[in-house]
Design a protein around this ligand. Structure first.
Ligand SMILES: *Cc1c(COP(=O)(O)O)cnc(C)c1O
Length: 221
């Protein structure tokens, strides 16, 4: 841990403040999502004690195993589903998550809309964009974005904004800038982008939601 900071959370908060200052933004406008995937409850509790209330999980099953007990003690927790979602998990995802970051195809629009109708609860979704046009990555193709947004709106799914995971190993800034442009062109203000290695850059390029795991919890196993 770096000397001037008491906790990793302090360090992350000060880096958020730095990115905000440089881009004339307000820290209150940035939602820090603490990515707690693979972390056991005893690693999550210290962050809850420090006031963090927004967490990200990438697997529905793992969230179901860990969070009901924690939520009993911290009922104001918000859980964000950040991982690829199978259509057959839509009901569980709608029940468990307050926001879903991985809406990336029309079959999932249909499954989520049906699940939301059944549950009587509309869960805001970020549309994930395959921003680096990588074959192996999830996310909708850039060319397919307007159609997907249209079908999500037709299905009455609240759109929170756009989300991306830029290609690994190269500078992320151009991809963040492209996602911001796509959001702007489509009249969307939410931008879920930036992880432990690049969230300050993402904030300077307009991120409203940053997904930070390693910088808060240390390396995952
Ligand atoms: C794991 C994960 C993160 C967090 O990554 P870190 O580098 O540990 O901060 C963010 N977003 C998604 C989609 C993830 O799966």
């Amino acid at each position: 841990m770096n000397a001037p900071y008491d906790t990793p959370l302090d360090e992350v908060r000060s880096q958020i403040a730095r990115g905000c200052k440089a881009s004339r933004r307000k820290p209150d406008d940035i939602t820090l999502i603490a990515v707690s995937k693979t972390q056991p409850p005893e690693r999550i509790e210290p962050l809850l004690d420090q006031g963090v209330r927004v967490f990200g999980e990438n697997r529905v099953q793992e969230a179901q195993d860990k969070w009901p007990a924690l939520r009993e003690r911290y009922p104001d927790v918000k859980l964000h589903g950040i991982g690829q979602l199978q259509s057959n998990k839509a009901d569980d995802a709608v029940a468990m998550f307050d926001c879903i970051h991985a809406l990336d195809r029309s079959s999932l629009v249909k499954a989520l809309a049906k699940a939301m109708d059944k549950a009587g609860r509309r869960v805001p979704c970020f549309v994930q964009v395959n921003i680096g046009s990588e074959d192996q990555k999830g996310g909708c193709a850039i060319e397919a974005l307007p159609d997907l947004l249209g079908s999500a709106r037709d299905a009455d799914i609240p759109i929170a904004g756009l989300m991306c995971l830029p290609p690994a190993g190269i500078e992320a800034a151009p991809f963040f800038a492209l996602l911001a442009k796509l959001a702007h062109d489509n009249g969307l203000s939410g931008l879920s982008m930036g992880m432990s290695g690049d969230y300050e850059t993402a904030i300077m390029l307009g991120a409203t939601h940053i997904r930070v795991g390693t910088a808060l919890f240390g390396a995952r196993d």
